[in-house]
Design a binder for this molecule. Sequence first.
Ligand code: HEC
Length: 186
Amino acid sequence: MKQLRKFMLTFGAFAVAFIASTAAIGAPPFGDPASTEYSQKLWRSLVAANLAGPKAIMSKAYKGQHPHGAVLDTIEGKVTVGGHTGAVIVKRNYGGKDVTIAKVADNPAKYLGAVTVMYKREAGYDADNRDWFWAKYKPDGSLHTNPKGMKLAGRVAKGKPKGCIACHQAAPGGDMVYNHDRFAGR
Ligand code: HEC
């Protein structure tokens, strides 16, 4: 009996310590339910603005570079999500064995592998990283995952040596955007 009580007490202490430690760590910076839910609202806004989905406006396809697709097309605009309006950069990543720029231009849907998005969220969302929300969607709007199975939406992957944020920190102008410096200082 005494032993059972001792066991129960030890077990209880472990359980409390475990719960306390997970609560202290809190939600991960990306892939959590709130980021996933937000990514779906953002996708619906992109579709409504013809920036994603079957009626998406196409821009000129060009040769891409790793880790984005072999062929890319990039389009920008502004969309509103939950009362906040922000700038958005949508990069479509095309791939496949026989992919070429001409084939993508003729049949984008056939080669589309991922839609990578940077969305300027409200000030304070991620002040260290210019308040960008990052997402990597499949053509149907569901999310790609990393090798650990974490959904790629949110502050991807804040604090880690690899991922959207780590690589885009090297973009010129300090705005985390490679193609231009329009957001520098903002
Ligand atoms: C290893 C480096 C690297 C990683 C990781 C990376 N990117 Fe990029 N990204 C680039 C480069 C380089 C460009 C410019 C390429 C071009 O347009 O030709 C770019 C361009 C973009 C653009 C167009 C705006 C710009 O910066 O020119 C978007 C949007 C984007 N990436 C989103 C993402 C998202 C979302 C992720 C994570 C899921 C991600 N990227 C991961 C290197 C990276």
